[in-house]
Design a protein around this ligand. Structure first.
Ligand SMILES: Cc1ncc(C[n+]2csc(CCOP(=O)(O)OP(=O)(O)O)c2C)c(N)n1
Ligand SMILES: [Mg+2]
Length: 442
């Protein structure tokens, strides 16, 4: 027999059931989703606009757009922004060549992303915790990490405070500058940033004062860790500012093959995260977006996502030849038509803050500073060899580190003097490995 009408049940349950029936034209009991009778699929988070818009303040020739509200930038600050942007290619050109000469093992440039990196750094507070991917050296420079320190890390010499020469070049880290050490496996910094931001929220002296700013490429956003990180920051609210550098490539894979959705920005609303897409080649737009993103992080104690659009002008790294997968003309065109440094220079000139003489003086000075620092770093010794094993872990040294030190010492005693390649190599370390050879290890 088929029963019709309401199921027989307790009075309390029937009351709830009748309330649901009464509300059925409006929303479901578990969400505020409005009920509609027309079947409709959607594939856009920006409604009729189809694509999420890009926030921009300066056009390609540095002229403010109609109605643009520029961030407060005076001449002194503008000069600092411009000089910091120009320092990046100066360092990049030298260190890229130095790698080509075999003097350092690896390097990565940030050509084309200077406005994204320096603009973000300028909009953050210097003690906001930064978790970078690897192309964000400019944040450290903005915070006062010296050119000598950059050289020391890339050469892995005895002044390398990031890792005593034990890390690949560009894997910077500096507690003093609130810059967490870069690690190569992609996207690991994203869930870590959610955790760091949560820790900031739980620390009375930093709550509502500091955020965790996390940089990553659009390629890294394809990793599971991206989703884990945003999910974590969304459900356990924390002031994490996620800054996706969408530079069009993950090594040789163009962004058109990396996602079928509307970039990285479209994913933010899925996690209930305030999101904006910004023209990453417009330093003033980046400053406004990051300042506002930071303000929201602190005000709401919640995460924010910024997608900064730019173009990776350089090769992925010194291990890459990008002309194997993209046309030289494409790169040259982008450099010429949409250059973040030129755009801001034109803006500065329009304000009467910059001219050809200032440009020539600055370029010569930066080049001289970088070359002086390079020559100094090139001739410095590495740390003592025994430093290889120190402070790998916190606390008491574990047995495996002791064992490795003993093994190396044994090999050094056997071959260190008699085998030329080892003798030469030992000569590059401070005290030529004597700290181990003369130490207590058997
Ligand atoms: C887990 C993991 N997979 C692969 C790699 C190799 N890898 C290094 S960088 C890179 C591309 C990353 O592209 P993107 O995140 O867009 O950053 P970009 O280099 O463009 O700044 C890849 C695949 C890696 N380091 N880690
Ligand atoms: Mg990329």
């Amino acid at each position: 027999m088929i029963r019709r009408g309401l199921p027989r049940t307790s009075p309390a349950l029937s009351r709830v059931f009748s309330q649901c029936l009464a509300r059925r034209q409006e929303v479901l009991p578990t969400t505020n989703s409005p009920i509609v009778s027309k079947l409709g699929f959607f594939n856009s988070v920006s409604g009729d606009a189809k694509q999420i818009p890009t926030f921009r303040l300066l056009d390609g020739v540095g002229k403010p757009l109609d109605g643009a509200v520029l961030p407060e930038v005076d001449e002194k600050f503008a000069r600092k922004l411009y000089e910091s942007m120009q320092l990046l290619p100066t360092l990049d050109n030298v260190l890229n060549n130095v790698q080509r000469q075999g003097k350092i093992s690896f390097y990565m440039t940030s050509h084309g992303e200077e406005a994204t990196i320096i603009g973000s750094a300028a909009a953050l507070e210097n003690d906001d915790e930064v978790l970078g991917q690897y192309r964000e050296m400019g944040v450290l420079l903005w915070r006062g990490f010296s050119i000598d320190k950059v050289m020391a890390q890339c050469f892995g010499n005895e002044e390398d405070t990031s890792g005593k020469g034990r890390q690949m070049p560009v894997h910077f880290g500096s507690p003093e500058h609130h810059f967490h050490t870069i690690s190569s496996p992609l996207a690991t910094q994203i869930p870590q940033a959610a955790g760091v931001a949560y820790a900031l929220r739980r620390t009375p002296s930093r709550r509502a004062r500091s955020i965790a700013a996390c940089f990553f490429g659009e390629g890294a956003a394809s990793e599971g860790d991206f989703h884990a990180g945003l999910m974590l920051a969304s459900t356990i609210p924390s002031p994490a500012l996620f800054i996706a550098r969408n530079n069009g490539f993950a090594i040789s894979t163009p962004s058109s093959e990396q996602y079928n959705g509307d970039g990285i920005a479209s994913r933010g609303p899925g996690y209930g995260i305030d999101t904006v897409r910004v023209d990453g080649n417009d330093i003033l737009a980046v400053i406004s977006a990051v300042r506002e993103g930071r303000r929201r992080c602190l005000e709401q104690g919640r995460a924010v996502l910024i997608e900064a659009m730019s173009y990776r002008v350089g090769h992925h790294s010194t291990s890459d030849d990008s002309f194997a997968y993209r046309a030289r003309t494409e790169v040259e065109d982008r450099k010429r038509i949409d250059n973040p440094i030129t755009r801001f220079r034109l803006f500065m000139e329009s304000q009467g803050w910059w001219d050809a003489d200032a440009e020539a003086e600055m370029k010569a000075r930066l080049k001289a500073d970088v070359m002086k620092s390079f020559k100094r770093a090139e001739n410095m010794k590495r740390c003592e060899l025994g430093e290889l094993f120190t402070d790998v872990y916190g606390g008491e040294e574990p047995w495996n580190i002791k064992e490795q030190r003993q093994e190396l010492t044994g090999l050094l005693r056997k071959y260190g003097e008699i085998w030329e390649p080892w003798r030469n190599e030992l000569g590059k370390f401070k005290n030529k490995g004597q700290d181990l050879l003369k130490g207590n290890a058997p």
